[in-house]
Design a protein around this ligand. Structure first.
Ligand code: CTP
Ligand code: MG
Length: 228
C-alpha cells in the first residue's frame, strides 16, 4: 500500500519580511504561522509523519505547542529551500519507499484548507509522478526586459504554483538531487521534477493559500483565517 509523508521546509530567515523573527514564527490569530501549518498537516489522516526542516540552533521551535506531536520529527535545513527539502527527504529514507508519496508544504502558508490538500491527494492517488496545487492567473501578464514590455503572455497558459506539492518519494529525491548537483536553484519541487523530464499535474487550489512574504501578508492571512 502507498504511504504518505510530509516535509515542511522551515529553515528560512524571512529577509523580505524584515522582522526580528523568522516569519514562520510570527503570530497570526494568536498562534505562530508554523503552528497553523502543522495543525493542518497532522489533521490529514493518511500522512504518517511530518518532517520539519529547521535552521541550525533554531531557538523558537521548542516553544511551539505542536513540537512534541507524535507525528512530527525534525531535521536541519540547508542553504536554499531545495536543500532543506532534500534534508527532509533524507530523514525519511529509513521509512519511505520509492513509490510512497511525499507532500511538501511551505512553513509560510498558514491558510491551507484541508479540503484542498485532500483533493490533491485523492486526485493523484494513482498518478505515477505527482502534481501541485496551483492557481490560474487572473491578471494579464507581461514579459519585461529592462523596464520595457517585451510581450504579453497567454494568460490561459499561466498558473501560479502553490504548495502543497505531492510527488512520489524516489522520483522527487532523485530530481532534487540532480537539480542541486547541476547547481540549479529550483524554487519549488515541481521545477526539479519537470527538469527530470516529467509532467506534473495541476490541481486548482484556493486563492487564500497565500505564502506570507511581506508584512502586509500577515494581515491578509489573519483576515482569511478569521473568516473561517
Ligand atoms: N526555506 C527553507 N530553507 C531555506 C530557505 C527557505 O526551509 N534555506 C523555507 C522557508 O522557511 C519557507 C519556504 O522555504 O517556509 C519558502 O521560502 P521563502 O518564502 O523564500 O522564505 P524565506 O527564505 O524565509 O524568506 P525570504 O526569501 O524573504 O528570506
Ligand atoms: Mg527565500
Amino acid at each position: 500500500m502507498t504511504r504518505y509523508f510530509a516535509v515542511v521546509p522551515a529553515a528560512g530567515s524571512g529577509t523580505r519580511m524584515g522582522k526580528n523573527m523568522p516569519k514562520q514564527y510570527l503570530p497570526v490569530v494568536g498562534k505562530p504561522v508554523l503552528q497553523h501549518v502543522l495543525e493542518s498537516l497532522v489533521r490529514i489522516k493518511c500522512v504518517e509523519r511530518v518532517v520539519v526542516a529547521l535552521a541550525p540552533a533554531d531557538p523558537y521551535w521548542h516553544k511551539l505547542e505542536i513540537s512534541g506531536h507524535p507525528k512530527i520529527a525534525t531535521t536541519i535545513g540547508g542553504r536554499e529551500r531545495a536543500d532543506s527539502v532534500l534534508n527532509g527527504l533524507q530523514a525519511l529514507k529509513a521509512v519511505a519507499h520509492e513509490q510512497d508519496f511525499v507532500l511538501v508544504h511551505d512553513a509560510a502558508r498558514p491558510c491551507l484548507r484541508l479540503e484542498d490538500a485532500l483533493r490533491l491527494i485523492t486526485t493523484l492517488a494513482e498518478d505515477p509522478v505527482g502534481g501541485i496545487l496551483a492557481l490560474p492567473s487572473v491578471d494579464t501578464l507581461k514579459e519585461v526586459e529592462q523596464s520595457e514590455i517585451a510581450c504579453t503572455l497567454d494568460r490561459r497558459k499561466i498558473w501560479r504554483a502553490l504548495t502543497p506539492q505531492l510527488f512520489r518519494y524516489g522520483l522527487l529525491l532523485e530530481a532534487l538531487n540532480a537539480a542541486c548537483q547541476a547547481g540549479l536553484q529550483v524554487t519549488d519541487e515541481s521545477q526539479a521534477v519537470e527538469r527530470a523530464g516529467y509532467k506534473p499535474k495541476i490541481i486548482e487550489g484556493s486563492p487564500d493559500n497565500l505564502k506570507i512574504t511581506r508584512p502586509e501578508d500577515l494581515d491578509l492571512a489573519e483576515f482569511y483565517l478569521q473568516r473561517r
